[in-house]
Every structure is written in structure tokens, then in C-alpha cells.
Design a protein around this ligand. Structure first.
Ligand code: SF4
Length: 375
């Protein structure tokens, strides 16, 4: 079987300040950027034999736009020296709306970055303040418009819903403002507050209240309905594209078991049979690479059963759904005959459709995707 072309993820672990809900690894000590970039190049050296070429590159974080175009250019040069980036590759950079002006964005475009993901999160200044974001609504709109003028055609906006105190109509207003801009892609994530985050603490102490489970589902269904009516394809639980040519090619690799290499602190990698992940500590990461070691914190081998369970879970989260022939070929399992009764019930309840050897979640099915995968 021909190996699918892998994707490359680079975790840029710097943020100017920490948002109150954030669970990603990042630090505010930006003076470590030069050392981090040198370490990344060393880390690339570890994987030259294992991963030769990529057709997607994703600069995520953290806040990659804090590197400014100069350092992003150095990083892209280093990637191109270490690996083959195939012609026509999708190269994405996450951007904070407060960081870059039109000229900076034009510089990013000239570097070959052809997809931007702007971390808008909300178009309400009150909500942005509550989340601890360092930009406001006007900066978010300006960042999108500047990116368009800089030549970007493939621009995604990230939004978060189910915020404490947010009503459905407040969220709908966010969606309306996003649609006014007509981005090519929208990611709408439900806010999940972990206990160790500042907002998670406030939730635990009863100082803020999040919408309950039924309301969360209502937000989800309404989001899907509004965006699909506006012409977007709801291609994954949290992701919407204005045509599948604008769907994130990189993220789709995570959902269909295509290998990917993750570099930088806390980044995860997958080679088709197992996963490994780096230390979620820049200090530890730099130390290991200085001493000539790979900065890997842990790894796991995925046996056939684990890969099968994951394939179901990931499949139920995507509009493409589960390719029954592929499941038969990869795992020797016949889902339709093994789970005939449950699947019949899911279908009767309007949660899935079974057509042309594909088992697909409906909108209602996507809202309970994790439950469907438990079969
Ligand atoms: S900018 Fe992003 S990565 Fe940084 S703290 Fe905020 S949510 Fe987390």
C-alpha cells in the first residue's frame, strides 16, 4: 500500500500573555526564541531519515505570529533545508489579530505561507476581555482585511462558543459577524475549561457558570445549521469550509491516520503504528537537544485494536464518515454485520446514514460523535 504523504507540525511555544482558558503549552519568556529556533533545527536533524517529504506544514502554538516575519522566514528556510516540502503544499500559520500589520502579512505571504488561521475567538469585546485575549473586535476585523489585501485567499477564523454568560443569540451574533467577512474556513470550538486554568478555577469556585449539556448541544446544532445555510460544509465536528478545497488538509491527516511529525515542545507525532510526544517544557526540550538527545517525553505503540477504535472515533467525527471497505481492508472487520442492531437504531434515530459503503454521521450524529463510536 502506498504511504500517504505526512504533514509537519511545528509548535511555537511563546505567547505574550496567557489566556484564562488556555490548556496548550506556552510561556511568555520570548527572549528564548533564538535558542528555540536553533534547537528546532537540531530536532529536524533527528527525523531526516524517517520523514523525507511533507505536503502540509502547520505553524501552531502558542503564538507563531510573535516570531514576526523575519524569524518565520528563518524557520521556513530551516524546514526546506531539512526536508522536501512538495510543490503545492499547504503551509499554514496561526496568527494573533494583535500582532501583524498589512506589510507583515504580505511578508508572510511572500515566504510561501498560503493559509492563515486567525485566532479571533469572539467578535465581542466583553467576551474577549473575559477570555483574557489581548486583542479586540476591531483588531480582529482589521487582521482579516489586511490578510486579504496581503494576498491571502485561504483564511480561517477560530471562534469559541459556550462561554460563561453567553446566550445563544450572543453566539449567533458572533457567527453573523464572522460570515460578514466571508472567510474560507471557520473553526468553532466549544469552550472546555480544565480545572488548572484560571477560568477553570473560577468555574470550580462557582464564580462563573457555563451553559449545561443540553444548551451546549443546542449551540452545536444551531452553529451547524447557520453555517451550512451560509454555504459552508460541516466537514468535521468543529470545522467548516467554504468548499472542500478550503478544508484544512493538514488537520485531515490527524483524522484519517496519515502520519505526521510534530516538532517543538509538547508536539505529538504519529508514524502509522505509534505515537510519541515531546516534553511540554521548553527548558527540558532545549536541555535534551543541547545534550544531543531527542526531546521525547513518552511514546505508545498502537496495536490493531487501538487503531480500529480510533478509526471509528475519528470517522464518526467527520462528514466523510467511515469507509466500510477501508475498515474491512485495514482491520478485517465487517462493521455492518458485527453491529447490525446498533447501527439500525442509530439510523432510525437519525444519527447516521449508511450509503454506498460509507457510514456517515448526520448533524445530530456529529453532536454525539464520541458516543456513536462506542457502538
Ligand atoms: S494565545 Fe493561544 S496558546 Fe497563547 S495563551 Fe492564548 S489560547 Fe493559549
Amino acid at each position: 500500500m502506498q504511504m500517504k504523504t505526512p504533514g509537519l507540525y511545528i509548535h511555537v511555544p511563546f505567547c505574550q500573555s496567557r489566556c484564562g482558558y488556555c490548556d496548550f503549552y506556552s510561556i511568555t519568556q520570548t527572549d528564548l526564541m533564538p535558542e528555540y529556533l536553533v534547537a528546532l533545527q537540531r530536532e529536524m536533524g533527528w527525523y531526516r531519515d524517517k520523514f523525507e517529504s511533507f505536503d502540509t506544514v502547520y505553524l501552531g502554538g502558542g503564538t507563531p505570529s510573535l516570531l514576526r516575519p523575519g524569524r518565520v522566514g528563518d524557520l521556513i528556510d530551516a524546514i526546506r533545508k531539512a526536508f522536501v516540502i512538495l510543490p503545492g503544499s499547504e503551509i499554514t500559520c496561526e496568527v494573533n489579530p494583535a500582532d501583524l500589520n498589512r506589510e507583515d502579512l504580505k511578508d508572510l505571504h511572500d515566504l510561501g505561507i498560503n493559509r492563515l488561521n486567525i485566532g479571533v475567538q469572539s467578535f465581542s469585546d466583553g467576551e474577549l476581555l473575559m477570555l483574557g485575549r489581548r486583542h479586540n473586535r476591531m483588531q480582529a476585523v482589521a487582521a482579516f482585511e489586511d490578510a486579504c489585501s496581503a494576498g491571502f485567499e485561504n483564511i480561517g477564523l477560530d471562534l469559541i462558543y459556550c462561554l460563561p454568560g453567553q446566550s445563544l443569540s450572543m453566539w449567533e451574533e458572533n457567527l453573523r459577524q464572522a460570515l460578514d467577512l466571508r472567510p474560507a474556513h471557520l473553526s468553532c470550538y466549544e469552550l472546555e475549561l480544565k480545572d488548572h486554568t484560571p477560568l477553570g478555577q473560577r468555574l470550580a469556585h462557582g464564580e462563573i457558570v457555563q451553559p449545561g449539556e443540553d444548551t451546549q448541544r443546542e449551540f452545536f446544532l444551531r452553529t451547524s445549521e447557520i453555517l451550512e445555510t451560509a454555504g459552508f460544509i460541516h466537514y468535521e465536528v468543529s470545522n467548516f469550509a467554504l468548499g472542500m478545497n478550503h478544508a484544512s488538509r493538514h488537520n485531515q491527516k490527524y483524522w484519517d491516520h496519515t502520519p505526521y511529525l510534530g516538532l517543538g515542545p509538547s508536539a505529538h507525532s504519529f508514524d502509522g503504528a505509534g505515537r510519541w510526544w515531546n516534553h511540554a517544557s521548553l527548558e527540558h526540550y532545549l536541555g535534551d537537544l543541547r545534550e544531543g538527545c531527542a526531546p521525547v517525553a513518552g511514546s505508545e505503540v498502537l496495536d490493531r485494536e487501538a487503531l480500529y477504535s480510533e478509526a471509528l472515533l475519528l470517522g464518526f467525527r467527520t462528514r466523510r464518515g467511515i469507509d466500510l471497505n477501508e475498515i474491512r481492508r485495514r482491520f478485517g472487520r465487517d462493521l455492518l454485520s458485527e453491529h447490525a442492531q446498533v447501527l439500525e437504531r442509530f439510523s432510525r434515530e437519525g444519527l447516521i446514514t449508511i450509503e454506498n459503503d460509507f457510514l456517515r454521521p448526520t448533524r445530530a450524529g456529529m453532536s454525539v460523535a464520541d458516543g456513536l463510536a462506542r457502538l
